[in-house]
Design a protein around this ligand. Structure first.
Ligand SMILES: Nc1ncnc2c1ncn2[C@@H]1O[C@H](COP(=O)(O)OP(=O)(O)OP(=O)(O)O)[C@@H](O)[C@H]1O
Length: 315
């Protein structure tokens, strides 16, 4: 990751990447305008999430609650920090992109406020952790100083070099300001496969006891997740201060997707590609994808991830 030349300590308070090329004050106020914290925003996000995201009632509920608490507060005491967990293809990236799309007013240049870090792309070498730490801090400090409502998304957390994520600990705490920068309106989302097996284990247990997945208690699941990723050497949060200091506000579980959810994804994909909703084809693709556990075939181990290509190949 190469921070924008202006996103550095000296430049805090000047113009930064992604913001309009005007003075810091106007950038800041522009960002405020672009961020539509009107009473309408959450109903719109809610509608979008409930309509487009299948099988993730817990994640949707928790995310809405979290956004509600931060967005409508005049001066949140700390930035909103959410960590999404679940198997591949269950909608973690999809849900964060829906948040990013809805958080800012239409027409606002989203890249000005939404910053996506992909571990494999931006932090590929464990030996360069020191360099990454400094760059990451500069990037966040610089962008939040210009756009307080910045959204930072970190994907592939499982691949994150140990210790790197702790470099942003100071920004995530309860501080009025740090060196003149206020972080309370920023939003951080971490995307992680770690914890996915635990979530599936619990979901499967409910299924086997013929209990509804809707009855899985979110609170307990969140607690289990925080313990699991702290212990897991591959979670990106292994022995992380972010967890020790309770700076992650919400651990959001993404449940494994069942055949009926995959069917919805296939249906959606057919529509998006402009094809008729062929029920036989929908069932065929979804059934072929629900492969876990091998004896029962209840969940799709790839979620909806390969749906688009399967639809393309089947047409
Ligand atoms: N729960 C879901 N509801 C609707 N569509 C979904 C859902 N999960 C996945 N999809 C579809 O599958 C695609 C891939 O999912 P997505 O990239 O969000 O998975 P992910 O959980 O981020 O996976 P990974 O952990 O591998 O990054 C999405 O773009 C979306 O089209």
């Amino acid at each position: 990751i190469r921070p924008h030349p202006r996103a550095s300590q000296e430049a805090v308070g000047t113009v930064l990447l992604g913001c309009l090329p005007i003075s810091a004050d106007s950038v800041s106020s522009w960002a405020e305008v672009a961020f539509s914290a009107s009473p309408l925003i959450l109903p719109v996000v809610k509608m979008d999430l409930e309509r487009k995201v299948f099988g993730q009632h817990l994640a949707v509920q928790l995310v809405l609650r979290a956004l509600n608490a931060n967005i409508y507060s005049k001066r949140p005491k700390k930035p909103l920090v959410m960590s999404f967990h679940g198997w591949t293809g269950t909608g973690k990236t999809f849900l964060s992109s829906i948040i990013a799309e809805n958080l800012y007013q239409p027409g606002a240049p989203r890249r000005s406020f939404v910053h996506h870090f992909n571990t494999l792309l931006h932090f590929p070498h464990a030996s360069r952790v020191h360099l990454y730490k400094e760059q990451l801090q500069n990037w966040i400090r610089g962008n939040v100083s210009a756009c307080p409502r910045s959204l930072f998304i970190f994907s592939e957390m499982d691949q994150m070099p140990h210790g790197l994520i702790d470099s942003i600990t100071p920004f995530l705490g309860y501080h009025e300001e740090i060196d003149g920068v206020y972080y309370g309106k920023a939003i951080f989302i971490f995307l992680n496969n770690a914890g996915g097996d635990k979530i599936t284990e619990i979901a499967l247990d409910y299924w086997r006891r013929t209990k509804r997945r809707e009855d899985i208690p979110g609170k307990e699941l969140q607690q289990l997740l925080s313990e699991e990723i702290f212990r897991n050497t591959n979670s990106g949060f292994f022995q992380s201060q972010l967890i020790q200091k309770n700076l992650i506000d919400y651990f959001i579980p993404f449940l494994p997707l069942e055949c009926k959810h995959v069917k919805e994804c296939v249906r959606e994909e057919l529509r998006a590609q402009g094809h008729p909703e062929d029920e036989d084809l929908i069932t065929e693709i979804a059934s072929a994808m629900t492969d876990y556990p091998s004896e029962e075939g209840i969940y799709s181990s790839k979620g909806c991830k390969t749906v688009a290509s399967r639809v393309t190949l089947s047409i």
